[in-house]
Write a protein that binds this ligand. Structure first.
Ligand SMILES: [Zn+2]
Length: 266
């Protein structure tokens, strides 16, 4: 999804353990680090880089923001360097973006619009953190998050839906100039390749998702109206969400041939 980065393959077994089965060390780190202040955090183990937590980890554990790869801590960066690759992961995914961002940005000063996008990011980061989701990347004024079972647990679909509900509520509170921030949310469960990508030009690695189901969730989000969260049938079923089958609709999804049933979260 990110240009200038190339997908890396390999180390399937290691990534299956991390992303699908759950690596005991990573899970215990996530549990311990989650409650420590403060953001920004390592994208993988959520070790805080700032605040009291960041100071304590630097001082007593030698865990700090990687200089080479600032999205990750030095321990996770070593891991990515040692085990480049990934695996096909059955997981829940979410796309969120600001609707009509061109119109909105034309109606307000650039700085104000930037602040708005930054606020959306913070709200999204918080919603993902509270539901064991991982923010994969920020694309323009949108956010991509995933719930791989090895990190989020077997109830990843439920957690993805919980994050959508939380986002809907929290975004409602961000009301720039009295206008409600028009975001569209798409949630979908399916298999996608999750793994490391590397920038050819410098020594930076990141984690990204690839595959048809990633496009499907992006298209579902694009089909959502302002303030709407659309949940795919696959996610509803994986989460055991009670629903009336008559409530499903099949929006036109650009580039997706097979019809996809979605439900608007109420
Ligand atoms: Zn880390």
């Amino acid at each position: 999804m990110t240009s200038d980065y190339a997908r890396q393959d390999g180390n399937e077994e290691v990534w299956k353990l991390v992303l699908i089965e759950g690596h005991p060390l990573l899970l215990s780190k996530k549990k311990r680090f989650g409650s420590l202040p403060s953001d920004p955090r390592c994208k993988l183990c959520i070790a805080p880089f700032s605040g009291l937590g960041g100071w304590a980890l630097r001082t007593f554990k030698g865990i700090r923001q990687s200089k080479r790869n600032p999205l990750f801590c030095n321990a996770c960066d070593e891991f990515l360097k040692a085990y480049p690759g990934g695996t096909d992961t059955p997981m829940t995914m979410m796309f969120v973006d600001i609707r009509n961002s061109t119109g909105l940005s034309a109606d307000m000063p650039a700085r104000e619009f930037m602040n708005l996008v930054a606020e959306l990011r913070n709200v999204a980061l918080d919603a993902m953190a509270k539901t064991d989701g991982s923010v994969l990347e920020f694309i323009g004024d949108g956010v991509v998050a995933v719930w791989p079972p090895g990190i989020a647990g077997a109830d990843h679909a439920k957690k993805g839906i919980a994050a959508a509900r939380r986002l809907q509520q929290e975004v409602g509170k961000l009301a720039p100039r009295g206008i409600e921030l028009p975001i569209g949310i798409g949630v979908h469960t399916g298999e996608a390749y999750l793994g490391t990508i590397a920038a050819a030009s410098n020594d930076i690695q990141d984690i990204s998702a690839f595959g048809h189901e990633v496009n499907v969730v992006a298209r579902i989000s694009a089909a959502a109206g302002a303030g709407q969260a659309l949940i795919s049938r696959a996610t509803c079923e994986a989460a055991g969400l009670e629903h009336d089958p008559a409530d499903f609709m099949q929006p036109e999804l650009k580039g997706v041939e097979k019809p996809v049933d979605v439900l608007a979260l109420t």
